[in-house]
Design a protein. Structure first.
Lengths: 122, 434
């Protein structure tokens, strides 16, 4: 006769990943997974900020995109550019490709917008 | 001869902040910079993470520099670009050269050294093998990519997991290079954890700890390199060799303060490679001050700014005759001694402790530790103590200690120790003094 104990079902972990928290120098090793009800669970954090970081990094990892863009009319061939805010991590290489295919013209000042709403990220 | 209150040598973050602080105290300031624009090394540090402490914002290197450049532009500070300082003298004469004016002599009342660092090269660490093209210090590759728009190569191996090495691993990857790996001689990455995650792990770049490059192959251009694991004496372990088919090798193996003109002028250099300074950041030549990377290699530009402001204020007061720093007699010299687990301390001496005052100390530990404390010991007693959760050689520590002439004799020992070593250190120090 087969039995399945209730505890083994509630211990089911889906899509388990290890994430190193970078919020403070503790650098806790977080283990993040989805339980049977698809809720995100985290262990290994030593504070609340780690919980927030872990969940965001697991569900919607984001990164700043910082690179260079070609410029005409300036002493050097490229200028540094950055995304205004973080964008979803999976879009990074696509964003870089778009920036590499673009060009701008001197003069350009800190804060000037060169590409609006890149890849629909606003 | 041109007259000037303060001449600042270097227009990077240290020079800019020092110049502004001196000008705010009413001094007439000139900043001399060899590049065609101000900003120094920050111009090529296009990643973010700058200014968290100073501006409470996360800026890129150029953005951080621009804040100060804008202030300098609004101020009466004079700027000499495309100009290189050839020499300085103990009586504050500066000889500078540029294409427009030729050689110019300036008589200053005080000088602030802010020349920054150079990178340690492959040759300096004696990596064996051939000497083909395609070998760069990491910062040089950074300049090629971020300022001049060149790609250094296609398949790259990096030696050194300090922040520059890891940041270049990411930069090269984003620009389409294949980063084959980062080798590091230490058993732990020497840069910030955050960089390890966002520069290496994010792109699945392997990190080979306790490894170094033992051979480079290639005639005209790099063709490949071999890394091997090293033992505790840094000798390669036979059988652990790994060959990489690469055309580019980046070296991130340390920064060296650029003190050629300091040495030429007769300024004493301390064990960390920067000028020996007192609590006013004055070197061993009166009226010549030092700040920023030329004094000690920093990891946070926010601390460079703070240190430079301190030097700038003191230089201005010195130039105005309002700051008279005594040269202490041998009985009154106070030397700061790096003790347990401390690599170096700035300042190296206290020249003017006639009444109680707060002195800022910056130092680095030799080994990473957790749950530890810093102690300042003088005359057999602990005169200052502070706890730390973590200390890392890659993170400079800064403390402010109140010093009292009654408690301080001719030496202040700086120790970083575990709690239970407390008693032994004091006993040992007292024994050595008796």
């Amino acid at each position: 006769m087969e039995t399945s104990s209730p505890s083994s079902i509630s211990q089911e972990r889906k899509e388990e990943r290890e994430i190193i928290c970078v919020v403070c120098p503790n650098s806790c090793r977080l283990t993040v997974w989805k339980d049977a009800k698809d809720n995100v669970q985290i262990s290994g954090n030593q504070c609340g900020r780690g919980l927030v970081y872990g969940e965001n990094e697991y569900l919607h990892p984001v990164r700043m995109v910082i690179t260079t863009m070609r410029i005409e009319g300036a002493p050097y061939a490229v200028i540094p550019v950055r995304s205004e805010d973080s964008i979803p991590k999976p879009l990074i290489f696509q964003a870089i490709k778009m920036i590499n295919q673009s060009m701008c013209r001197s003069p350009v000042k800190v804060g000037d917008v060169l590409i609006e709403n890149i890849l629909g990220t606003k | 001869m041109m007259q000037m209150d303060i001449v600042v040598i270097g227009g990077g973050p240290a020079g800019l902040a020092a110049g502004l602080a001196a000008q705010e105290k009413g001094a007439e300031v000139m900043i001399i910079e060899r590049d065609h624009e101000l900003g120094g090394i920050l111009q090529q540090c296009i990643h973010n993470g700058f200014g968290l402490k100073h501006f409470k914002e996360e800026l890129t290197g150029p953005e951080y520099a621009q804040r100060f450049i804008d202030q300098v532009k609004e101020s009466p500070i004079q700027v000499m670009l495309n100009s290189i300082v050839l020499s300085i003298t103990p009586d504050h004469q500066v000889m500078v050269m540029n294409a427009k004016q030729g050689i110019v002599h300036i008589q200053a009342k005080a000088i602030i050294l802010a020349m920054g660092c150079r990178e340690r090269t492959r040759g300096a660490i004696n990596i064996p093998g051939t000497r083909p093209a395609g070998i760069f210090p990491a910062g040089q590759a950074q300049r090629f990519i971020n300022i001049e728009g060149y790609l250094p190569g296609h398949r790259v191996l990096i030696l050194g997991s300090g922040d520059i090495g890891m940041i270049m691993a990411r930069r090269c990857t984003l620009e389409g290079m294949k980063v084959l790996g980062v080798a590091e001689v230490l058993p732990y990455p020497s840069g910030l954890k955050r960089n390890q995650v966002q520069c290496l792990d994010d792109y699945d770049i392997p990190l080979y700890l306790r490894h170094t490059i033992i051979d480079i192959r290639g005639k005209e251009r790099v063709e490949g390199a071999t890394i091997a694991q090293i033992d505790e004496k840094w000798r390669p372990i036979p059988g652990t060799e790994k060959y990489f088919d690469c055309d580019t090798i980046l070296f991130s193996v340390g920064l060296i303060p650029e003190n050629e003109i300091s040495v030429q002028a007769g300024i004493s250099i301390a064990r960390n490679g920067g000028p020996d300074v007192n609590e006013y950041l004055q070197t061993t030549l009166p009226g010549i001050f030092a700040c920023g990377n030329v004094l000690q290699v920093h990891d946070l530009v926010d601390f460079v700014t703070e240190e430079a402001q301190h030097a700038g204020e003191n230089a201005a007061l010195y130039a105005q005759g309002k700051l008279v720093i005594p040269t202490p007699s041998p009985e009154h010299k106070i030397t700061i001694v790096p003790g347990e687990n401390v690599g170096y301390v700035v300042p190296e001496r206290i020249d003017d402790l006639h009444s109680e005052k707060v002195v800022k100390f910056s130092y680095r530990v030799k080994n990473p530790r957790s749950n530890i404390r810093t102690q300042l010991i003088s005359n057999g007693k602990i005169i200052y103590t502070r706890r730390h959760k973590f200390v890392l050689p890659s993170e400079m520590i800064s403390i402010e200690a109140k010093l009292n002439p009654e408690d301080v004799d001719h030496e202040i020992l700086v120790n970083v120790i575990e709690k239970d070593q407390l008693v032994n250190i004091i006993e040992r120090t007292m024994m050595e003094e008796n």
